[in-house]
Ligand binder design. Structure first.
Ligand SMILES: Nc1nc2c(c(=O)[nH]1)N[C@H]1C(S)=C(S)[C@@H](COP(=O)(O)OP(=O)(O)OC[C@H]3O[C@@H](n4cnc5c(=O)[nH]c(N)nc54)[C@H](O)[C@@H]3O)O[C@H]1N2
Ligand SMILES: Nc1nc2c(c(=O)[nH]1)N[C@H]1C(S)=C(S)[C@@H](COP(=O)(O)OP(=O)(O)OC[C@H]3O[C@@H](n4cnc5c(=O)[nH]c(N)nc54)[C@H](O)[C@@H]3O)O[C@H]1N2
Ligand SMILES: [Mo]
Length: 759
């Protein structure tokens, strides 16, 4: 008997499939509220077309990049949000103090529209005032040259930056003298970038879109493609219609993984029908994936003993090392521990093993549900182990598929945004440019912020993003931003990190992907690398939001020229024609041979992926099995009343950018102050659907609290609760990280939930 529940404002169950007409309607609304509607159709149709721009929405690839326009609700939101006709003018800023703007929500701040002028903070009036570009560059140059050490400066990159911008940015910082490169990847897929090289020799996925045509089984762990990689839904939809099993592991029932109506599919649209996506849906506990993966592998070993021919012993002997140790550890791991930690039964995990044993080509896809945990790196390695056990590399239809975040986050890393550069890369920079780059490793995102908190880092230069809001623990991060001597933000829209002003702060407004970028040699294109390692060109056509905007490469060149009077890099020449930047990328980064020629073909080219040819660039030259100690995450907190908090994205947001206040598929409308909780956990606490609660973090010596949140009954694994990012970041301690990769454990914060004291 379903429980009778009280009505909660803005909360109602969503019974339809994901996608469908609701997606078309939502797109129409974002076009109407943001864009000049005359420009909208042409702009949206240029998304991911050969002569168009790369969609800033996500890093999922497109077939050949010249197919017909693929409708995507959240891609359209990302485009219309950038191509908005709203503007943040100097007049507006003169009337609003920075302190008053800080009282606004993230949604309101970006909602004011595009930045139009370079801005400097004026402490006398507490406002941002327009400045000339050269005034900003010169003053930033003076301050940076005055630092005691280049290592007092942090150079942050958000993964929307193009290859050209990112490569110039690392060149600038390394010529200046530091490897401090915090980047959004450190909060995202760092567990992949650290774990996969240890297992298979490279930190990237190994599948292409074509592999999905040949796959016989998909295992999807910890990602929500209906919202975050919507174009992937077309692929999953096709597979489901061909009866390829899709096994999902996710604590929440995500609607798009259950049922999806493809807006591309005329019949589904006309008949209001939909397709079931997941063949089986396992509601694993938050942080329970390692246990589940170990259970599946343990069951697979048993099957192999019983039936033979399940484990690919030939593949293991030829291509791998460490299998025996891994198998011994699996044998020693008890079922009771596996069941407790995963929340799944031995029978369920054995059923997955049986399905896996039947498939001759399997792809495992995964996202933040795997990486944002304090054993994220070790869990990524278990996924590789599972695939290696049946030789699922180097053949069609098989491999590993980490779903990247920002549309060019993978490319940023490829071209040198890393705090741990290889010796070979540094040597090549020295050879080509004749300056000696610093060897000492620098800071990742958490270390950069910790150095700002303890006062050793004094300046922050951000190529995009919203550093302080994306990181955990605003109670520590926000004051640290304000204590800096200098902060500089290259951005398109106002956000909170810009407003947490330092002693001196500059905001430098840049062109977005959709806009025309004209330099001395004419219209320019930039390049990006998608989740499947395809590199292709992107160029916008829209008239820039303001005549004063500069491109990201031009701004970086302007900064570098002002900071480094003796520079060895011909910055102005490079900006006149971006193909010269690409020539230099080709000279300094392996895999970019004939870069300019190869991006002239629609669809571009693929970066080298040795594991697809059964080559393993690990130390041993073989793929390496791993051993995951036990089944637990690091948090040393037990207790019946402790829950694991997952922080996640709503359907209407892009990271810290909130487009609107709805989360349609989860049935939440017009609000974000929500905690999702299972009925069993509600009952245990004497709570009811709609009650106001306070949430308190259990791991920290400090008191981290989020108060007066509405708890709602939701189909989420018992023991796990969910709340929205970035609001819930206040509950995530800055040092609560995966020690191997430095990634914050955004998806397994131990918390207690009680009736709100303020209700
Ligand atoms: N529209 C839109 N698109 C985006 C973004 C956006 O914010 N909006 N962000 C971009 C970026 S930077 C990224 S990194 C990606 C993020 O894309 P996702 O990886 O999909 O990220 P999240 O929304 O954080 O959701 C993670 C999913 O993991 C599940 N999960 C949480 N904890 C666990 C766990 O312990 N185990 C398992 N198995 N599952 C778990 C959650 O229930 C949720 O369904 O999307 C990119 N694309
Ligand atoms: N609690 C919690 N925290 C998380 C996560 C989570 O799941 N839970 N996810 C983490 C993840 S996966 C990521 S990737 C990070 C994201 O961290 P970031 O990448 O730092 O954050 P974004 O919100 O994507 O950045 C938005 C800002 O980018 C600027 N911008 C937009 N377009 C452009 C452009 O074309 N050029 C430039 N220069 N600027 C532009 C705008 O000013 C906008 O305000 O957050 C992390 N934080
Ligand atoms: Mo991300």
């Amino acid at each position: 008997m379903p429980k009778k529940r009280r009505a909660v404002p803005g909360v109602r169950s969503y019974d339809g499939p994901a996608g469908g007409w609701g997606a078309l309607k939502a797109t129409a609304i974002s076009v109407r509220t943001q864009m000049d509607t005359l420009e909208a159709p042409a702009t949206l149709l240029r998304t991911n077309q050969p002569d168009g721009f790369d969609c800033p929405g996500c890093a999922w690839p497109d077939k050949e990049h010249h197919s017909t326009f693929q409708f995507c609700e959240n891609g359209a939101k990302a485009v219309t949000w950038e191509a908005t006709s709203k503007r943040v003018t100097p007049e507006f800023l003169a009337q609003h103090t920075v302190s008053s703007l800080l009282q606004k929500t993230d949604f309101e701040l970006e909602g004011y529209g595009r930045l139009t002028h370079p801005l400097a903070y004026d402490p006398g009036t507490d406002t941002l005032r327009a400045v000339e570009w050269d005034e900003a560059f010169n003053r930033i140059g003076e301050i940076l040259r005055g630092m005691l050490s280049p290592d007092q400066v942090e150079f942050y990159t958000s993964g929307r930056a193009s290859n050209e911008a990112a490569w110039l940015f690392q060149l600038f910082a390394r010529e200046y003298g530091t490897n401090n490169f915090p980047d959004c990847s450190n909060m995202c897929h760092e567990a992949t970038s650290v774990g996969l090289p240890r297992s298979i020799g490279i930190g990237k996925g190994t599948v292409s879109l074509d592999d999905f045509d040949d796959a016989q089984l998909i295992i999807s762990i910890g990602h929500n493609p209906g919202t975050n990689h919507p174009r992937m839904m077309g692929t999953l939809h096709e597979l489901a219609r061909r009866n390829v099993p899709i096994i999902v592991f996710n604590p929440l029932r995500e609607r798009a993984l259950e049922r999806f109506a493809d807006p591309q599919n005329v019949i589904e649209m006309a008949t209001y029908s939909s397709t079931d996506i997941a063949s089986t849906y396992y509601q694993v506990k938050a942080g329970g994936d390692a246990a589940a993966l170990k259970g599946i592998m343990k069951a697979l070993l048993v099957l192999d003993e019983q039936q033979g021919d399940i484990i690919d012993h030939d593949f293991i002997a030829t291509h791998t090392q460490g299998f025996d140790l891994s198998a011994a550890d699996l044998a020693a791991t008890g079922w009771q521990d596996i069941e407790n930690e995963s929340g799944l039964t031995r029978q369920q995990l054995a059923a997955v093993a049986a399905a896996y044993a039947k498939s001759s080509a399997t792809i495992v896809t995964y996202g933040m549900g795997v990486t944002q945990h304090n054993k994220g790196t070790a869990t990524v390695r278990l996924i590789a182990d599972l695939l290696l056990m049946r030789g699922n590399f180097g053949k069609p239809g098989a491999g590993i598929c980490p779903l990247r975040g920002h549309s060019n986050v993978q490319g940023n890393r490829t071209v040198g945004i890393t705090e741990k550069p290889s010796k070979a890369f540094l040597a090549q920079l020295e050879k080509v440019f004749g300056f000696v780059p610093p060897e000492q490793h620098g800071h990742d995102a958490v270390k950069a912020m910790q150095s700002m908190v303890d006062g050793t880092s004094r300046a922050l230069i951000c190529l995009g993003g919203n550093f302080a809001v994306a990181l955990p623990d605003p109670e520590k991060c926000f004051p640290a931003m304000k204590a800096l001597e200098l902060s500089v933000h290259i951005g398109t829209k106002l956000n909170r990190s810009h407003l947490l002003v330092a002693r001196e702060s500059y905001i430098l407004p840049c062109l977005g992907r959709t806009e025309l970028d004209t330099q001395a040699s004419g219209r320019q294109a930039v390049t990006v690398e998608d989740s499947m390692s395809m590199v292709h060109a992107s160029s916008g056509k829209l008239k820039p939001a303001s005549p004063l905007l500069r491109s990201e490469p031009a701004i970086i060149a302007g900064l570098a020229s002002a900071v480094l009077p003796e520079t060895k890099v011909p910055w102005a020449e490079l900006i006149a024609d971006y193909s010269r930047i690409r020539d230099l990328i080709e000279k300094t980064v392996p895999g970019f041979d004939n870069y300019n020629q190869r991006i002239a073909t629609p669809g571009g080219f693929r970066m080298p992926l040795p594991p697809t040819e059964l080559k393993w660039p690990t130390d041993s030259g073989k793929a390496m099995f791993s051993v995951f100690n036990g089944v637990h995450e690091d948090a040393d907190v037990q207790g019946d009343d402790v829950l694991r908090l997952i922080t996640l994205r709503s359907h209407d947001q892009y990271n810290t950018t909130v487009y609107a206040m709805d989360d349609r598929y989860r049935g939440v409308f017009g609000r974000r102050d929500i905690l999702f909780m299972n009925d069993v956990d509600l009952d245990k606490r004497g709570l009811e659907h709609g009650d106001r609660v306070d949430i308190e973090t259990v791991v920290s010596g400090r008191k981290l609290r989020l108060e007066n949140i509405t708890v709602i009954a939701y189909n989420i694994a018992p023991g796990s609760v969910g709340a929205y990012y970035p609001e819930a970041n206040i509950l995530v301690p800055l040092d609560y990280i995966d020690k191997e990769s430095g990634t914050p454990s955004y998806k397994s914060v131990p918390v207690r939930v009680v009736h709100s004291a303020s209700a």
